[in-house]
Design a binder for this molecule. Structure first.
Ligand code: URA
Length: 214
């Protein structure tokens, strides 16, 4: 039921040319994962590898996210990952607030209305600013529960790309543990809401077996 509604939405998304972001992208990148997942991870927007494969969080950030998910007993096939903006901005720049709002109101809101997640994890500032508000700061507000405008329980954590940029080993180690505790808190809250849900498959999901270059 949710799966079919998502499929229909994806077909509409693939045709979207409503803003300028698609001008330099191969095409919109939708979501990936299980439609019944009580937990949804929201990133920023596709990077180069995501644009090539049409899959969210499949490149270096996604590989790191997968490791963090595995450490907190989740796999990509059992959760759902998506982004605030669906098209890769030219030169991989960060989408601005207006671009984030324009895209998320058209697509992410519809995804969430179908999915009705128990918990949302905002990955990084762009997701935090949209799901929370633009005054929130990832360094100050990560790891704290808040409700989105639509009433979803949401927690923010560092974006994996931020971890990949950290060069000081002490700062990196600290930030990795922060992410671990944030993801664990998110899984536990989702588990309380849906105790019988399996958050993990026996093996990590190999997205490169599932998606081909487009
Ligand atoms: N960063 C994101 O936030 N999302 C992606 O899909 C890839 C990189």
């Amino acid at each position: 039921m949710k799966e079919e509604a998502l499929q229909e939405l994806k077909e509409q998304l693939e045709k979207c040319r409503e803003c300028h972001l698609c001008e330099f992208a191969k095409g919109p990148v939708g979501w990936f994962g299980c439609a019944d997942s009580p937990i949804v991870f929201v990133g920023e927007g596709p990077g180069g590898v995501e644009d090539d494969y049409g899959c969210p969080l499949i490149g270096p950030s996604g590989q790191l996210l997968d490791k963090a998910l595995w450490a907190t007993k989740m796999t990509r096939d059992r959760v759902l990952t998506t982004n605030i903006v669906k098209c890769r901005p030219k030169g991989n720049r960060t989408p601005n607030l207006a671009e984030a709002d324009f895209c998320a109101q058209r697509w992410l809101e519809k995804e969430l209305a179908i999915l009705q997640p128990k918990v949302i994890v905002a990955l990084g500032s762009v997701a935090l600013h949209y799901l929370g508000n633009p005054d929130m700061r990832i360094t100050r507000d990560r790891g704290k529960w808040f409700q989105t405008r639509q009433g979803y329980d949401c927690i923010a954590t560092f974006h994996p790309a931020y971890l990949l940029r950290l060069s000081d080993p002490h700062v990196l180690n600290h930030a990795k543990w922060d992410v671990f505790y944030d993801l664990e808190a998110a899984r536990k809250k989702a588990e309380e809401a849906l105790p019988d849900y399996q958050f993990m498959s026996a093996e990590k999901t190999n997205l490169f077996n599932l998606f081909k270059k487009r």
